[in-house]
Design a protein around this ligand. Structure first.
Ligand code: SF4
Ligand code: SF4
Length: 109
């Protein structure tokens, strides 16, 4: 579930506002999106994927974090976007996905 928008890192591009399928964010008057409807979050990570500034943290939990004073896991911020290979200089996730090796060469037949 979406936990935080990091105002210091956010560049106010509104990509998260547009990408969220359940309209969790409102556009902030200062340019920083507001988490207006956290309970509507589906933990889909699309906001993290689209954020070009690594300014969002989506917890893998499907509900709000019950530990109010837990340290923000800053080392995890932006890692989802990096893992799927979005962002300049990264390898797209589909290129390194685990699975059966794809056939190469000319099709038989
Ligand atoms: S994780 Fe998905 S549903 Fe939740 S705020 Fe981000 S884009 Fe919206
Ligand atoms: S996508 Fe990231 S940088 Fe853009 S408005 Fe949302 S939090 Fe800020």
């Amino acid at each position: 579930m979406i936990e935080v928008v990091l105002a210091d890192a956010c560049i106010g591009c509104d990509k998260c506002v547009l990408a969220c399928p359940t309209n969790v964010f409102d556009h902030g008057t200062d340019g920083i999106p507001i988490i207006a409807r956290q309970s509507d979050c589906q933990t889909c990570f699309m906001c993290e994927a689209y954020c070009p500034a690594d300014a969002l943290y989506v917890s893998p939990e499907s509900g709000p974090d019950p530990r109010p004073h837990r340290r923000l896991p800053t080392e995890q911020i932006g890692t989802y976007r990096a893992r799927i290979g979005w962002g300049r200089g990264r390898t797209p996730g589909s290129s390194v996905a685990i699975g059966p090796e794809l056939p190469t060469g000319r099709p038989r037949g």
